[in-house]
Design a protein around this ligand. Structure first.
Ligand SMILES: Cc1cc2nc3c(=O)[nH]c(=O)nc-3n(C[C@H](O)[C@H](O)[C@H](O)COP(=O)(O)OP(=O)(O)OC[C@H]3O[C@@H](n4cnc5c(N)ncnc54)[C@H](O)[C@@H]3O)c2cc1C
Length: 456
């Protein structure tokens, strides 16, 4: 490893011979098996600066490991340097200012736990092991987004290590072009070692949970949910997934292992008001199981942890919809069911509310007017013999839904689908602006192991 005189790396470096190397290079998606030349474990911005400088001095490709949940596995790179941020995981809450400073390698589980101690929250990842870093830089979609906006809408400032190892601040007043690009442009512009996020009063108890319906009710459940969500109050966060009922106690015996529909609810208003506000959802049915009740917000945030274990094989894609008419609902159910794998989750998330009121030009991320966002999350046990059939299922479903797609996509929900798809996420004008900002901040495209935006 070459060290520059200006930047000396004082952290731990793992090589293929080191104990812990295999665990450290593993990511959420078990299909990804990459072997970095070294993993540089950072615990400060200065160490990140030194790690970037050493990778550049050695002419090696570089990847950034936040929480390792990116389905492309871009956190690790074959034969290169993995800048590992997992040691930068502080969460410091300023309850009076209603802000939190969070390390670039922290998880949403840690963030939610620390902020909820003060009855504060921002929307966050729907699975608690997801990294704050990648999720926020992709814009950050979560259950509270219709109430409080995307995570990026609540970004106050970021501490960024640049491609030439400078440590800078990005905010509305400092480096505003960089600040704009960080809010949806992904990991293209630098390594964020600290995010400062705006918080909102919420919890610790909220009304939330899940309604579970048998698969044969899928079309009716989706139509009812769609109609309700199109005019729902901002406080209602919700998504519907075609899934397979787990062999859990709360599922009636005959439904276990069968195709079913899960409606997840997170209500950001007064929990006592929730049953009346949510009546059109709660009274539809009857469901096979109703787990909706007042519960800790952190429990809502962990509802989906059990069905999302690390190490499974994953193939994902997504699409924003212009509308979700009955024909689209029918196509979704016809091509979605029966899932090839019981782990697969075919999710529709409702837009609207606070996210739709932010000016489209305010952040790099756009797509604020789409009423529904599809996340086709194919997941199956780590058995290569099952890969092809599962990938084909997701691709066929995605193709069937194209007639209702806006042509744009939420990049955090897809795998590696090429540059054209990245461009389509932003549209030509924003993409051109992002490429210009990239030329300023990373002209050599050092940060390219991501949903890449090449410099202009
Ligand atoms: C089970 C599961 C649930 C999910 N749920 C949601 C959800 O509810 N909402 C949502 O929006 N997305 C969700 N995602 C997608 C998630 O937002 C993306 O996968 C995101 O990239 C994960 O961030 P990470 O830091 O964990 O990933 P990593 O794989 O570590 O990072 C992905 C890329 O992000 C960049 N990056 C990460 N951290 C930094 C940093 N600090 N500075 C600079 N670049 C960085 C790097 O380019 C890196 O290659 C989910 C993913 C999984 C696996």
């Amino acid at each position: 490893m070459t060290e520059t005189t200006e930047h000396r790396f004082s952290g731990e470096t793992l090589t293929p011979e080191s104990a812990g190397y295999d665990a450290a290079r593993s990511v959420f998606n078990g299909l990804v098996d990459r072997r970095p030349q070294r993993i540089m474990r950072c615990s400060s911005a200065e160490q990140v600066a030194a790690a970037i400088a050493s990778a550049r001095a050695d002419g090696l490709p570089l990847s950034v490991y936040g929480g390792g949940h990116g389905v492309t596995g871009s956190a690790v790179v074959d034969g290169g340097v993995c800048v590992d941020l997992r040691g930068i995981d502080h969460v410091v809450v300023d309850a009076d200012a209603r802000t939190a400073r969070v390390g670039g390698g922290a998880t949403w589980g840690a963030f939610d736990a620390a902020t909820q101690e003060h009855g504060l929250a921002v929307t966050g990842g729907r699975v608690s092991t997801t990294g704050v870093g990648g999720l926020t830089l992709g814009s950050g979609s979560g259950w509270l987004e219709r109430a409080f906006g995307f995570v990026c809408d609540n970004l106050v400032s970021a501490r960024v290590v640049t491609t030439d190892s400078r440590i800078v601040t990005a905010s509305e007043s400092e480096n505003p072009d960089l600040f704009w690009a960080l809010r949806g442009g992904g990991g293209n512009f630098g390594v964020v070692t600290e995010f400062t996020l705006r918080l909102h009063p919420l919890g610790p108890i909220v009304f939330g949970g899940m309604l579970l319906y048998p698969g044969f009710m899928a079309v009716d459940v989706l139509r009812n949910w769609r109609d309700y969500m199109l005019t729902a109050p901002d406080a209602v966060g919700s998504g519907v997934a075609l899934i397979t009922a787990p062999p859990a106690e709360f599922v009636p015996e005959p439904a276990r292992g069968q195709p079913c529909v899960g409606v997840v609810i997170a209500y950001a208003g007064d929990p006592d008001e929730a049953p009346a506000v949510l009546a059109p959802l709660l009274e539809f049915g009857p469901p096979a199981a109703n787990l909706c009740q007042p519960m800790p917000y952190v429990a809502v945030q962990q509802l989906l942890d059990p069905p999302n274990p690390k190490g499974m094989h994953n193939y994902w894609t997504g699409d924003f919809l212009t509308e979700f008419p009955d024909e689209a609902v029918e196509a979704w159910v016809e091509h979605g069911f029966p899932p090839v794998s019981p782990l697969t989750q075919l999710i529709v998330v409702a837009g609207g509310g606070a996210i739709a009121r932010v000016d489209d030009d305010a952040t790099a991320f756009g797509n604020r007017q789409s009423p529904f966002n599809l996340h086709m999350l194919g997941m199956w046990p780590p058995d290569p013999a099952q890969d092809e059939q599962n990938i084909s299922h997701i691709r066929a479903l995605s193709a069937a839904m194209k007639p209702w797609s806006t042509g744009s996509v939420y990049l955090n929900f897809i795998g590696d689908e090429g540059l054209t798809r990245v461009e389509s996420a932003y549209g030509p004008e924003k993409y051109a602006r992002l490429r210009g900002i990239k030329r300023t901040w990373d002209p050599d495209n050092v940060f390219r192991h991501n949903q890449n935006i090449p410099p202009a």
